[in-house]
Ligand binder design. Structure first.
Ligand code: NDP
Length: 276
């Protein structure tokens, strides 16, 4: 494929979608790797996700990212699933071919790469606390386990959801458990906020003992300013990081899934940080 060819079509599908930064990120990846693609935002009505995907495929779409609130519907729609998509129970990357619709999940590997490669924090032999039990939390559990962490504790506002999620992985022998916020009584090496609490400027009710001077507190949310969770953690002496790197790394993995080429992410990160 050359730059003169008709570009292959990709999209990010969600509702709302206007805020999505994925088109800019993928345009930069395409430019850098000289891939002829176009990548657009697709607003799907909340009750017409499957129809919207089929219409996009009929128009020649080659792949799509899926965002809120459709990641679970995408899981049902996909005819083939990668192992990491199966473990996540949610899809953020669809690939379309004559064989049908294939679902993948690149959120988890995006988080792991941002922590280990970009932040330089190793996960092997570490105690990890995961806050939240929604789609984002589900997607990162298997990739975290695969880094050979010592243990993963899941805490969530609605505790039965955390218990259910932990049991799903515990059954396969993974070091995963759940705890209520007020049961947390140890320091963690890495704390990952996969709740949407920061969106409402709210904090998960964490006891101070979970934070230590060697802790990395990671919020999947990102913005021009540190999130309330990052501010809270920094006041307790920890290193902090937001989810912008995860956003770019999950996009890079989707790009790799579709095009077989892994783009460089550091420059894109710096550019997007400057745009926030
Ligand atoms: P979901 O709606 O699926 O899950 C939300 C989670 O947050 C649930 O566990 C919910 O708990 C919890 N929660 C919501 N409000 C509060 C609160 N006030 N206090 C404590 N817990 C709360 O969302 P997602 O999992 O899809 O997304 C979560 C976050 O991750 C979002 O901010 C999203 O933007 C971010 N994200 C970032 C990505 C990136 O690339 N940087 C990729 C994917 C997601 P309960 O079960 O009790 O309702």
């Amino acid at each position: 494929m050359t730059l003169e060819s008709v570009p292959d079509r990709y999209a990010v599908i969600g509702n709302p979608i206007q805020h999505s930064k994925s088109p800019q990120v993928h345009a930069l990846f395409a430019q850098q790797t000289r891939q002829a693609i176009c990548y657009e935002r697709l607003l799907a009505p909340v009750d017409r996700f499957a129809d919207s995907v089929h219409e996009f495929v009929a128009q020649g779409g080659r792949g799509a990212n899926v965002t809120v609130p459709f990641k679970l519907e995408a899981f049902v729609l996909a005819q083939e699933l990668t192992p990491r998509a199966k473990a996540a129970g949610a899809i953020n990357t669809l690939s379309f071919s004559a064989a049908g619709i294939k679902g993948d999940n690149t959120d988890g590997i995006g988080l792991v790469r941002d922590i280990t490669q970009n932040a330089g924090v190793q996960l092997k032999n570490r105690l990890v606390l995961l806050l939240g039990a929604g789609g984002a939390a589900r997607g990162v559990i298997l990739p975290l386990i695969e880094e050979n962490i010592t243990s993963l504790v899941i805490a969530n506002r609605t505790q039965p959801r955390a218990m259910e999620l932990a049991q799903q992985f515990f059954h396969s022998g993974a070091p995963v458990s759940s705890a209520a916020f007020d049961q947390l009584d140890q320091r963690f090496d890495v704390i990952i906020n996969a709740t949407s609490a920061s969106l409402d400027s709210e904090l998960p009710p964490l006891p101070d003992c979970v934070f230590g001077p060697q802790t990395l507190a990671y919020d999947m949310m990102y913005g021009a300013q540190p999130t309330i969770f990052m501010q809270h953690a920094a006041q307790r002496g920890t290193a902090v990081r937001d989810g912008l790197g995860m956003l770019i790394e999950q996009a890079a993995e989707s790009f790799f899934v579709w095009r077989g080429i892994r783009p460089e992410t550091a420059l894109v990160y710096r550019w997007l940080r400057g745009q926030l």
